[in-house]
Design a protein around this ligand. Structure first.
Ligand code: 4NP
Length: 175
């Protein structure tokens, strides 16, 4: 069963943030793929996707060349990403914050309050294969790690979009 999506807090749409350590490998890949799938599903007017890192080393830079090459080879646009760093305001702005691994999850939870705690989850809680697992950090490895991340991210994004397709029409009374 898919985890429930926390209720939206803003009138204009649902806001999802993807969080990793550097915001140059895993969460940018998830950001690009999820945004692409949201567009294909016709939900772009109602669902916004963004990403950030818990660390600030790469702020303002494009994503890692290997992440970009993996996305480009699979037909995605990797050119628009610029790295951002997580700050407390993200917990107020976003309806759902999805962390790539357990350390990222713990770091996001440091910014959460009793009111926002339920909005912070592992990205792969939505993965039908291995829910609750981590997206392994490919930064220090070879190209195969980026392919593995893409496979996880495509599968999990499809499941998130399926959940959104059920709920968005109900939340905004569209039909
Ligand atoms: P990411 O990978 O968290 O998937 O973006 C990393 C990128 C950079 C670093 C670590 C992980 N770094 O230490 O600079």
């Amino acid at each position: 069963m898919l985890p429930e999506l926390p209720e939206p807090r803003h009138g204009d749409g649902y806001r999802i943030a993807l969080v990793c350590l550097g915001n140059i490998c895993r969460s940018p890949m998830a950001d690009v793929v999820l945004e692409h799938r949201v567009g294909e599903a016709g939900l772009a007017d109602r669902v916004r996707v963004a990403s950030c890192g818990t660390g600030g080393w790469h702020v303002g830079r494009p994503m890692d060349d290997r992440a970009a090459a993996t996305l480009t080879a699979a037909g995605y646009d990797a050119t628009r990403h610029r790295a951002q760093q997580l700050a407390g305001g993200w917990l107020e702005e976003f309806d759902l914050l999805l962390a790539m691994d357990r350390q990222n999850l713990a770091d996001v939870q440091l910014h959460a309050t009793a009111d926002t705690q339920h909005r912070v989850r592992l990205f792969r809680d939505f993965d039908p294969v291995g829910p609750g697992s981590e997206v392994p950090d490919p930064y220090y490895g070879g190209g195969a790690g980026f392919e593995e991340v893409l496979t996880m991210v495509e599968r999990t994004s499809a499941a998130i979009v399926a959940a959104l397709q059920q709920r968005v029409p109900r939340w905004w009374d569209l039909s």
